[in-house]
Design a protein around this ligand. Structure first.
Ligand SMILES: [Cu+2]
Length: 42
């Protein structure tokens, strides 16, 4: 999936809460997350 966002500079996290079909466990609990930084382009 792709999405466009307008974000202020800073540190964010992206998490997937889609449940794993076999266990119902959210993907974020299976390491499907990422911390990322947005910087202002100069
Ligand atoms: Cu996922």
């Amino acid at each position: 999936m792709w999405m466009s966002l307008m974000l202020e500079a800073g540190t964010y996290s992206a998490l997937c809460f889609f449940p794993e079909p076999e266990t119902g466990m959210p993907h974020a609990a299976m390491d499907m997350y990422m911390v990322f930084t947005v910087e202002v382009a100069e």
